[in-house]
Design a protein around this ligand. Structure first.
Ligand code: HEC
Length: 171
């Protein structure tokens, strides 16, 4: 009896193996190969042509040149921030905490100009889950309370740093 069951199972497994090897598209590149085929048949090439970017108008070019200049001026007046802030926070809140870069709103809100106390409270609340935001919570998991205090203190100083830098530049 045992032998019959084992034999039947073996047959079933071998049968499945043959079936998957011959029939399952996964073994032949799956959906990806279908996509590649779609690209190759020439029918879709029209679409690619229609979505090619249009030549920029003179006005747009002018605007870009202007904002590039502004950024340069802005960077020249940029105040110093720690590498910690730069590497951990600036990608979403901007190098100066403005929440803007190259005139575009970034993912994080403006934090420039907020008080050390409010910044620390927000950070502690994110970390504790009292204030809900998956992005900020995930970021703060590896930071301890002292790290939060240090960051809050630094960001709280941004306006003073900006002012000092502006005065320096004027002298
Ligand atoms: C991946 C993007 C991202 C990074 C990196 C990031 N943040 Fe945020 N941050 C956000 C977003 C999005 C919010 C808005 C959350 C909300 O209001 O629910 C936020 C909110 C905040 C707030 C609350 C501001 C307010 O007015 O409500 C503070 C303070 C803050 N972040 C500080 C930091 C600090 C300090 C760092 C670096 C350790 C950092 N963030 C890194 C995306 C980011």
């Amino acid at each position: 009896m045992k032998n019959i069951i084992v034999g039947a199972l073996t047959l079933l497994v071998v049968g499945l193996m043959i079936f998957t090897a011959t029939d399952d598209p996964v073994f032949h590149g799956g959906h990806q190969s279908k996509v590649i085929e779609d690209f190759g048949d020439g029918k879709n090439q029209k679409i690619a042509v229609t979505i090619a970017p249009e030549e920029k108008s003179d006005r747009e070019k002018e605007n870009e040149a202007l904002s590039a200049l502004r950024d340069k001026a802005g960077n020249a007046g940029a105040f110093k921030v720690t590498n910690e802030y730069k590497s951990k926070c600036s990608s979403c809140h901007g190098v100066n905490g403005s929440g803007f870069q190259n005139g575009k709103a970034m993912m994080g809100p403006k934090i420039f100009g907020q008080s050390e106390e409010k910044l620390y409270k927000d950070l502690a609340d994110f970390k504790a889950g009292r204030k809900e935001n998956m992005v900020m919570k995930g970021l703060l998991i590896n930071l301890n309370d002292n790290d939060l205090k240090r960051l809050a203190k630094e960001i709280g100083e941004f306006p003073a740093r900006a002012k000092a830098k502006a005065q320096q530049a004027a002298e």
